[in-house]
Design a protein around this ligand. Structure first.
Ligand code: FPP
Length: 247
């Protein structure tokens, strides 16, 4: 019998957010259509969700469809809608039994009516769960989220003097969710791509050249281990180091 790997020592991030990039290149390398890459990426999600439960991550946010992705070929856009539908149809019962709560980030109203209903049903069916909260960012954009928040704040007549960072956070799609501790971006690109631009002010980044469909549990563990070594200072100084140098 093989021994189970040692637990990760150090801090486990409460909230991990992932830019699941590289599906298209993964497919191209194999001479497959881009959608085959998105399907492989969806399969891959299963093991990452399980690993989150195992390692004690409490929130997982996945960037599945951005407000800019509408500009992709229609076949790919429809394919991604179908993937979301399939994931809900095939995985909802299993996710529910694992104690996973599903939430949505973004504007639902631009999605086809049947898909809106499915998403709302999945949210309702899992709302009592709390082992792992998965935010699916679908038709999500960070700028759109901030504009939406400002519009709501103005509509509610909130005086300018009461607008604080804490208040703005309460008007984002992520209201009630702690900011991400760790952002993972696969496929090596060094950009934020309009993802959680407010919430990631002090998130730690982990970028790997691995394409998303190949980003397995071992790679995920490596990301968490690296996170555990990071010294998060939030713009301040490390107090022990300061005392040592100013004694
Ligand atoms: C970016 O790779 C990936 C996306 C735009 C879609 C991500 C979606 C999935 C992994 C499917 C899971 C979806 C749900 C709803 C659970 P890319 O296509 O930009 O890759 P490339 O940069 O190599 O072309």
């Amino acid at each position: 019998m093989s021994a189970s790997p040692a637990p990760i020592s150090g801090n486990i991030p409460a909230h991990v957010a992932i830019i699941m990039d590289g599906n298209g290149r993964w497919a191209l390398k194999r001479g497959l259509p881009r959608l085959a890459g998105h399907k492989a990426g969806t399969e891959n999600l299963r093991q990452i969700i399980k690993a989150c439960v195992e390692f004690g991550v409490k929130y997982l946010t996945i960037y599945a469809f951005s407000t800019e992705n509408w500009g992709r070929p229609q076949e790919e856009v429809l394919g991604l809608m179908r993937i979301l539908e399939d994931v809900i149809d095939r995985e909802l019962a299993e996710l529910d039994s694992q104690g996973v709560q599903l939430r949505h980030l973004g504007q639902l109203n631009r999605l086809p009516a049947f898909l809106q209903e499915k998403v709302l049903h999945a949210i309702e069916a899992t709302r009592h769960n709390s082992r792992l909260i998965i935010n699916i960012a679908f038709n999500y954009g960070g700028r759109d989220e901030i504009v939406h928040a400002i519009q709501q704040i103005i509509r509610e007549g909130i005086p300018a003097s009461e607008v604080t960072p804490e208040l703005v956070s309460q008007y984002l799609y992520t209201a009630g969710t702690p900011d991400p501790d760790l952002i993972i971006r696969t496929s090596g690109e060094l950009r934020i791509s309009n993802f959680l631009i407010w919430q990631t002010a002090y998130s730690e980044w982990y970028v790997t050249p691995t394409y998303w469909p190949d980003f397995d549990k071992t790679e995920f563990r490596k990301a968490l281990e690296e996170f555990a070594q990071r010294d998060r200072r939030y713009g301040k100084v490390n107090s022990t180091e300061y005392e040592e140098n100013h004694a």
